[in-house]
Design a protein around this ligand. Structure first.
Ligand code: SAM
Ligand code: MD0
Ligand code: SF4
Length: 351
């Protein structure tokens, strides 16, 4: 079946098969992309109106024991690193709350210091943040031991993010060198069992095929995660993948649109960490309904894929993105709206 016919069926509520997804991801016919994005925007509007959720990003430790070949914070990369104290993380989270984000995403490398003693410092950090703010809390700590999940939940974490990057085992081995594929899948299962909402994600332009991408969209969308994302790989100095030719945003935008059409109820981020604010409009126009990676300026905080882009000029701020989205007829959702989403979708703890 041709891409236009599949798209027409999707408009009527059809979930495309993997093969059909591949067709949607690869059709180069004139006018197709415009129709795809407009159908995806319509699907978002039907579910979420003109509302977008906004998340703050606190990358509180850039130390890491892992050697992901795509990552700037790769263990052997000789770069300056930092670890924020518990008090600093609380302060930053309060500032982000005051600036108007719906959630803070507490992210770290697999820092041995935060992992020691059953991830005690991580858990206590979450608890201190929970005691100080009443907006959403997401944790993105990497792959933690199973018992830690329950503790993160009872310390106050609402969400657990852990991206598989790819569902090709072969490519996974090349990207997340030395890490266990199944253990990373299990993270989201265990987090869900502990009563947390979960996020999965794919890297785009990191060596996958279009068929891999189509399959991954299905696996992520059907896995019970409430949020799924695609981020274009940004080559990083000092890493094994530094010489890879950077991919444009086109394939990520297609992935966002197809995810929206296939899984209209899910949260799908437009990350400021790939192209900064200049890439926001296109991601929203492709069907994203969350803006992630708001980072407070002048705090020596880093992004992941774009360690400093748009941060110290204050462009990765709620005020700035609110202005941008209002030009598109969109508005920031309230904390109550976000809370409602969480309450409605939070998995029941099963153990
Ligand atoms: N360390 C934790 C982990 O790996 O799960 C959490 C933080 S990690 C830095 C968050 C995500 O950022 C990764 O899973 C990956 O998808 C993305 N990321 C890292 N480096 C990137 C790059 N160079 N380009 C695009 N995305 C990247
Ligand atoms: C982002 N820089 O949202 C963040 C990060 C981790 N949960 C999120 C990749 O783009
Ligand atoms: Fe460490 Fe996460 Fe970077 Fe991998 S992606 S090297 S686990 S910070």
């Amino acid at each position: 079946m041709d891409a236009f016919t599949i798209l027409e069926q999707c408009r009527g509520g059809h979930t495309p098969s993997v093969k059909e997804t591949e067709t949607l991801l690869s059709c180069k016919d004139p006018g197709f992309e415009e129709e795809l994005f407009s159908a995806a925007s319509k699907a978002r509007e039907d579910r979420f109106g003109n509302r977008l959720f906004i998340y703050g990003f606190v990358y509180f430790s850039t130390f890491c024991r892992n050697e992901c070949s795509f990552c700037y914070y790769h263990r052997t990369n000789n770069i300056p690193r930092y670890r924020k104290s518990r008090e600093e993380v609380v302060d930053l989270s309060c500032r982000l709350r005051d600036s108007g984000v719906n959630m803070v995403d507490l992210t770290m490398g697999e820092d041995p210091q935060l992992y020691s003693d059953g991830c005690k410092e991580l858990i206590e950090t979450v608890r201190s943040v929970r005691d100080s703010i009443d907006i959403g809390i997401m944790v993105s700590p990497g792959a933690v031991p199973r018992p830690v999940m329950k503790e993160l939940r009872s310390a106050g974490a609402d969400w657990f993010a852990c991206y598989q990057e790819t569902y090709s085992r072969d490519l996974f081995g090349k990207l997340r060198v030395g890490q266990d594929y199944q253990n990373r899948i299990d993270q989201r299962i265990w987090a869900k069992e502990a009563g947390m909402l979960t996020e999965d994600g794919m890297l785009v332009g990191a060596g996958e095929t279009v068929a891999d991408r189509a399959e991954q969209i299905h696996l992520m969308g059907g896995s019970g995660c409430q949020q799924i994302r695609a981020m274009t790989f940004v080559p990083q100095c000092g890493t094994p993948m530094q010489a890879v030719v950077p991919h444009g945003p086109e394939d990520e935008l297609r992935a966002i649109a197809v995810m929206r059409l296939s899984y209209p109820d899910l949260l799908i981020p437009a990350s400021l960490d790939v192209e900064g604010v200049s890439g926001l409009r296109a991601r929203i126009a492709a069907g994203a309904n969350v803006i992630t990676s708001i980072v407070p300026p002048n705090e020596e905080l880093a992004g992941v894929a774009q360690p400093d882009l748009d941060i110290d000029d204050g462009h990765r701020s709620v005020d700035y993105v609110r202005r941008m989205i209002s030009d598109m007829g969109m508005a920031a959702a309230s904390n109550n709206e976000f809370r409602e989403f969480m309450e409605h979708h939070r998995p029941e703890a099963s153990e």
